[in-house]
Design a protein around this ligand. Structure first.
Ligand SMILES: Nc1ncnc2c1ncn2[C@@H]1O[C@H](COP(=O)(O)OP(=O)(O)OP(=O)(O)O)[C@@H](O)[C@H]1O
Ligand SMILES: [Mg+2]
Length: 273
């Protein structure tokens, strides 16, 4: 990866709103898509959203990832990081803004339809079926596929050899790090074009965190862009081509991982100095 992974696209470009959607309530799951060429591979653009009839949680928030990149979202607890991911995956009503995937406006699609379009999502919680075996979890991941998915399962086992060893064990019996591997493996079973991970290293030791990051980098190198939320902000920004600091549902700082790590304000407020 180059030092300037997104070269000529400055921060200003990512946050430019799409005026068309402003002020209207976005219909959920209308099933319609619209061509919208250009821009990053996956972008939640100027998203304003909340839960049900509740208040706005996201305020004009933009997160994106481009081909060949790892993009990382960091920020304090309750900042709206998971809400941003859920909005991009179509799990809440967007009040303003758009989600575009590979040049197509998918704001109106259901999560299932987004999976069919190539999005893989590993949520922060309840991301595996604990009473099922490891292998059954991976099979569940392949639910939308009608073709032979054994090759993909073999690839997942190559990436996470421990899962092959434990393939007949209930996933709930695995360690935290191994469960996260199951969750990521399950998402990979759909052969996604982009992978979204919400805190893939939550609750694991620093050594396991390093290992998981290595595997995530490996996945990215196979050509799957990764948009992930991370609590281990410093370590995550070290591997990030692009980083977003969210505060109270809004973009506070955006830049390359390096830029954010070097920014005195980001360091002081979010990286412990
Ligand atoms: N299902 C929900 N219904 C209503 N409000 C919610 C729901 N989930 C989250 N919220 C609210 O949305 C805000 C943002 O929460 P969110 O989970 O997105 O934060 P986060 O940045 O992911 O935090 P954390 O670092 O703890 O995972 C919080 O005020 C939270 O209470
Ligand atoms: Mg969260």
């Amino acid at each position: 990866m180059s030092n300037e992974p997104y070269g000529d696209r400055g921060n200003k470009d990512w946050s430019v709103g799409n005026a068309k959607g402003q002020g209207s309530i976005m219909p959920k799951a209308s099933g319609k898509t619209h061509p919208a060429p250009g821009g990053p591979f996956l972008i939640g653009d100027s998203m304003t959203a909340g839960y049900g009839n509740g208040p706005d949680i996201l305020h004009d928030c933009t997160i994106a990832v481009d081909r060949g990149e790892i993009a990382v979202i960091v920020g304090p607890n309750g900042a709206g990081k998971s809400t941003g991911m859920k909005a991009v995956f179509g799990m809440l009503d967007m009040r303003k803004g758009h989600v575009r995937l590979d040049g197509e406006d998918i704001t109106g699609l259901s999560p299932q339809d987004r999976v069919a379009k190539g999005m893989g999502f590993v949520p922060q919680t309840s991301n595996i079926f604990t009473s099922m075996t490891v292998e059954e979890n991976l099979e569940m991941g392949a639910f939308i596929r009608r073709d032979d998915f054994r090759d993909t399962m073999a690839q997942v086992y190559d990436l996470f050899p421990i899962l092959k060893e434990k393939r007949n064990q209930a996933a709930g019996e695995l360690s935290g790090g191994q469960r996260q591997q199951v969750a990521v493996g399950r998402a990979l079973m759909t052969q996604p074009k982009v992978l979204m991970l919400d805190e893939p290293t939550a609750g694991v030791s620093p050594i396991v965190m390093d290992e998981l990051f290595d595997r995530i980098i490996e996945v990215a190198r196979t050509g799957i862009p990764i948009l992930m939320v991370e609590q281990n902000a410093r370590q995550a920004l070290e591997i990030a081509d692009k980083g977003y600091v969210l505060v109270q549902g809004a973009n506070a700082f955006t830049g390359t991982g390096k830029e954010l790590l070097a920014d005195p304000e980001v360091r002081k407020s979010f990286l412990g100095g």
